[in-house]
Write a protein that binds this ligand. Structure first.
Ligand code: NAP
Length: 303
């Protein structure tokens, strides 16, 4: 039986894995697709201490994975299902086999929030995207529009500005939420134009995106902004579907924990973006993972 099963291989899960194997535990990390989580979609990481060469998220994730693997972390790729967190041991199915663990760390991260407006579903993959790093190259020398005013939106806009002829940023207020360093850089970038106090009402186009219908929240005015690509960056939704109903969730859908990262279920911990946390950064996800692993191992040892 495992001491610690980690579900999710983003920065939180990989940091938890590193700490748990270095702590001497029998540990396995289960990842659905590929290690790295949301950072693989980030074109430059500037704020992870000690790494000032601004690697892309994919490269940083690979370094995290190699580091944990070098200390003996076992990583299995595939889908976890039928997770039962109540009682002891914790159990789930992985690739048709039952896995038992004394403790579980939930590090399932978060996925991009959708707008829920007409045309969004139909045009996703046909001009509407949630990942500038993945899809930006399709809009080389063309026009792209980013929706949102947070760190993701503004770093996406800066990335796209290097590729595209023109980038619009449509934001629902007249002040950005993004950190000052990103906001200032975007405001100083010639081919980035801000469309303030505005929200998208519909994505336009038949088989591919041709524009976005935008409503000005101050004047109520509607206008159609022609654009080749739209990048939605309006925040994230914690990924809790695997264990919904088994651990308490906060109103915003994230998992509350105590200072040891333990959820309301003994032996079940949460770390990173899935957790109810005021700051979602690589460094905070790693810190969560380290704390969760330390206390998960401690809990496993007394079982
Ligand atoms: P976020 O910080 O929650 O920002 C979401 C943005 O979208 C806000 O500007 C918000 O407007 C807007 N928004 C939300 N719902 C909307 C809607 N229905 N219609 C229109 N606009 C809407 O999300 P994020 O930028 O994805 O960042 C998530 C976390 O990751 C944050 O903690 C962030 O700091 C972190 N992150 C960090 C970096 C970095 O450090 N380089 C990069 C990416 C992400 P309001 O401002 O009016 O609320």
């Amino acid at each position: 039986m495992l001491d610690v099963a980690i579900i999710g291989g983003g920065p939180a899960g990989l940091a938890a894995g590193l700490y748990a194997v270095r702590g001497g535990g029998n540990v396995c990390l289960y990842e659905e697709m590929f290690a790295g989580g949301q950072i693989v979609k980030t074109h430059r990481i500037d704020n992870y201490p000690g790494i000032s060469d601004g690697p892309d998220g994919y490269a940083l994730a690979a370094r995290f994975e190699e580091h944990a693997a070098a200390f003996g972390l076992k990583i299995e790729y595939g889908a976890v299902s039928e997770l039962v967190l109540t009682g002891d041991p914790k159990r789930f199915t992985f690739n048709g086999e039952t896995v038992e663990a004394k403790t579980v760390i939930l590090a399932t991260g978060a996925s991009p929030k959708t707008l829920g407006i007409p045309g969004e579903k139909e045009l996703t993959g046909h001009g509407v995207s949630y990942c500038a790093t993945c899809d930006g190259a399709f809009y080389k020398n063309r026009t792209a529009t980013v929706i949102g005013g947070g760190d993701t939106a503004i770093s996406d806009a800066l990335y796209l500005a290097k590729l595209c002829k023109q980038v619009y940023v449509v934001h629902r207020r007249d002040e950005l939420r993004a950190s000052a360093i990103l906001a200032d850089a975007a405001k100083q970038t010639e081919n980035i134009t801000f469309v303030w106090n505005s929200v998208p009402e519909a994505f336009l186009g038949e088989k591919k995106l041709s524009g976005i219908r935008i409503r000005n929240r101050v004047t109520g005015e509607l206008c159609d902004l022609p654009t080749d690509g739209a990048f939605v960056a309006v925040g994230v939704v914690p990924r809790t579907e695997l264990f919904s109903g088994q651990v308490a969730l906060a109103e915003n859908g994230s998992v509350p924990t105590d200072e040891h990262m333990q959820t309301n279920v003994p032996g079940v911990f949460a770390a990173g973006d899935v957790r109810n946390t005021p700051l979602r950064q690589v460094v905070t996800a790693c810190a969560d993972g380290a704390i969760a692993a330390t206390y998960a191992l401690e809990a496993a040892r007394v079982k």
